[in-house]
Ligand binder design. Structure first.
Ligand SMILES: Nc1ncnc2c1ncn2[C@@H]1O[C@H](COP(=O)(O)OP(=O)(O)OP(=O)(O)O)[C@@H](O)[C@H]1O
Length: 220
């Protein structure tokens, strides 16, 4: 479903973030992308999300050449296929939970009823409905995380990309996040988690751990 073929990424003149990566992710798989800081994990996620283009090689999702899409089509591809959970959540602090979650739906021009149904469903699924009118800056870390997860899922994407999702969470909240991942996997989402958090390295519902070191694959 997702294929990286001979992918290299060089930032600027000579920062080689990825070096000839070949990787495949199947539909419904949960993969942990493991590696120390700077190894190239976020770069892989950004390439799959169409946020970056490889310097060479190809990224295919459902046989579509994501790495060759013009920017406009990349945005549409992301909207239709990708839910991105960022380490720092990337929420707008002054907006309410509900307004933050609505943002990915704005370009779709849904009528009010349809919008309401989608929002309520996703807020209930990730247990943040009771805070819907509260500004995100007034939430706890775990609540912000759940808002970010709800926003990433409001378009019902089939691919979830999570970049160091537990970096700002304590162990209890990290374990809660892991339960949420398990639920998302049961919905047949394809999930890629980039992390160096050991909590992810011994989970029975993780299909594969892929290790990356200095932009190269260690095992797959
Ligand atoms: N926009 C950029 N410009 C220049 N160099 C970059 C840029 N983004 C990443 N890099 C470099 O590319 C390499 C890989 O970075 P990347 O963010 O993919 O690693 P990572 O494994 O996700 O790290 P972390 O866990 O710290 O987020 C690093 O050496 C980083 O400094």
């Amino acid at each position: 479903m997702i294929k990286l073929q001979h992918v290299s990424k060089v930032y600027g003149k000579d920062i080689k973030a990825l070096d000839n990566i070949d990787l495949e992710f199947n539909e419904g798989e949960l993969i942990v992308l493991k590696g120390v800081s700077g190894s190239g994990k976020s770069t892989i996620l950004s390439l799959i999300a169409g946020l970056l283009k490889p310097t060479s090689g190809d990224v295919l999702v459902d046989n579509k050449h994501i790495s060759k899409l013009p920017d406009h089509f990349c945005s549409q591809y992301r909207r239709d296929n990708i839910g991105f959970i960022f380490q720092k959540y990337n929420l707008i602090p002054t907006l309410s939970v509900e307004d933050n979650i609505t943002l990915p739906l704005v370009p779709l021009n849904l009528d009010e009823k349809e919008l309401h149904v989608k929002l309520e469903a996703v807020m209930q699924m990730f247990s943040i409905e009771h805070k819907k009118e509260i500004a995100v800056k007034n939430l706890s870390g775990g609540e912000q995380q759940r808002t970010a997860i709800a926003r990433a899922n409001v378009n019902n994407p089939k691919i979830i990309l999570a970049d160091e999702p537990t970096a700002n969470l304590d162990e209890k909240l990290s374990k809660e996040f892991i339960q949420i991942l398990k639920e998302l996997k049961s919905l047949n989402k394809t999930i890629i988690v980039a992390t160096h958090d050991p909590l992810f390295f011994d989970l029975d519902f993780v299909d594969r751990i892929v290790e990356i070191h200095n932009g190269k694959l260690v095992c797959s």
